[in-house]
Design a protein around this ligand. Structure first.
Ligand code: PMV
Length: 307
C-alpha cells in the first residue's frame, strides 16, 4: 500500500429529531450542514495531531491523542501527522467531533492510497468517536459521512430520506456547550432510577420521529415543526434542556419559527428552528437577544436522483 499525503472532509450535522433515543435503538433523523472539518494526513515517526490551535500526540494522555491512536488502529494505519481545520463550533451538538473523525479517517485512507468505502470510513470515525462519546449511537459519524438528510438506527445504519421541500433552519448557540458523554450518562442514570419514565419518553420520541419522516417526504413543514416542538418537550422531561435553550426556542417561535428544539446532546449547545421562508427575521430576533445564530439549508432531493 502506497503512503503519501492525503486529505479528507467531514460535515457537521443537526439532529432534526430523535437524539438520545437513538442511543437506545430508536430511529433519528439527521441532516448534514455545510460547516465541518478538513484534514491532511502524512506518515510520520510519531502520531501527532493539530486541531485548530490544539496539539496532541499519541500516548500523551489526551483524548485527542487517544482518538488518533484508536482511528489509526481501526484502519491498520501506522503513525501519521494530522493537520485539522474546523469551521464548526465544537461541543455544541453540531457533531464537531464526528466531522473531525470522518475528515481524519478519509485523510488517513487517502494517505495510504486506499479506496474509500462506507464501512472503512465509519470504522475509523466510530473508533474516534468512542473516545469522546463513550456509548455513541454512531449517528454523528453516519451524518458526517453521508451529508444530506438521513434516517439512522443503530441496527440498520444509514437510510437516505426523500426531502420534498427545502428545509430552512436557523441554528443558534444557546449557552456553553455540554459534554455529550455526560449528557448520555445522565439519561442512563435517569433510566436506572425511573425505567418507566425513560421507556415512555423513548417510545413517544420514536412515534414523533416516524411521523416527522412522513412530513419531510410529503413537504409538510408545519407538521414537522409541531413534531419538533413535541420532541423538545420530551427532551426537557429527560432534563436535557436548560433555561437558555427554552429562551432561544421561545424567541424563535415568537419570531415565526414553525418549530424549535435543542439538537444533539442538550444541556447547552445548539438549538434549531425550522423556518418557513422567514429565516432572516428569526435569525435577527435571536441575535438581538444575544445569541450567536446562522442559517443553514437542507436541499430538497432532486427528482430522478436517488436520495
Ligand atoms: O454529539 P452531539 O451533541 O451532536 O449528540 C449526539 C447525539 C446523541 O444522541 C445525544 C448521542 C449519540 O451518540 O447518539
Amino acid at each position: 500500500m502506497t503512503s503519501g499525503i492525503g486529505t479528507g472532509r467531514g460535515n457537521g450535522k443537526t439532529l432534526l429529531l430523535g437524539e438520545h433515543a437513538v442511543v437506545y435503538g430508536m430511529p433519528a433523523i439527521a441532516a448534514g450542514i455545510s460547516l465541518g472539518a478538513t484534514a491532511r494526513a502524512e506518515p510520520s515517526e510519531r502520531g501527532q495531531i493539530r486541531v485548530g490551535e490544539l496539539r496532541a500526540s499519541v500516548g500523551d494522555g489526551s483524548d485527542l491523542g487517544a482518538a488518533l491512536e484508536r482511528a489509526c488502529e481501526a484502519l491498520g494505519a501506522g503513525p501519521h501527522q494530522l493537520e485539522v481545520d474546523v469551521t464548526l463550533p465544537l461541543g455544541s451538538g453540531l457533531g464537531g467531533s464526528a466531522a473531525i473523525g470522518v475528515a481524519v479517517t478519509r485523510a488517513l485512507l487517502a494517505a495510504r492510497g486506499e479506496a474509500e468505502t462506507r464501512e472503512r470510513v465509519l470504522a475509523g470515525a466510530g473508533a474516534w468517536e468512542q473516545v469522546f462519546h463513550g456509548n455513541a449511537s454512531g449517528v454523528d459519524a453516519a451524518a458526517a459521512y453521508a451529508g444530506g438528510c438521513i434516517w439512522f438506527t443503530k441496527a440498520d445504519g444509514i437510510e437516505p430520506i426523500f426531502v420534498a421541500r427545502q428545509l430552512d433552519l436557523v441554528i443558534c448557540l444557546a449557552g456553553p456547550p455540554a459534554s455529550t458523554k455526560q449528557m448520555v450518562e445522565s439519561v442512563s442514570r435517569l433510566g436506572e432510577r425511573r425505567p418507566d419514565l425513560l421507556a415512555k419518553s423513548l417510545s413517544g420520541i420514536e412515534s414523533l420521529v416516524k411521523n416527522a419522516r412522513l412530513c419531510i417526504e410529503a413537504g409538510d413543514l408545519s407538521g414537522l415543526g409541531q413534531l419538533m416542538n413535541y420532541n423538545q418537550m420530551l427532551l426537557s422531561g429527560l432534563f436535557l434542556s436548560t433555561s437558555e435553550i427554552e429562551r432561544a426556542c421561545g424567541i424563535a417561535r415568537d419570531a415565526g419559527a414553525l418549530g424549535a428544539k435543542l439538537t444533539g446532546a442538550g444541556g447547552g449547545g445548539a438549538v434549531i428552528a425550522l423556518c418557513d421562508g422567514n429565516s432572516e427575521p428569526i435569525e435577527a430576533a435571536l441575535k438581538a437577544a444575544g445569541f450567536a445564530a446562522f442559517s443553514s439549508q437542507i436541499a430538497p432531493t432532486r427528482l430522478g436522483v436517488e436520495p
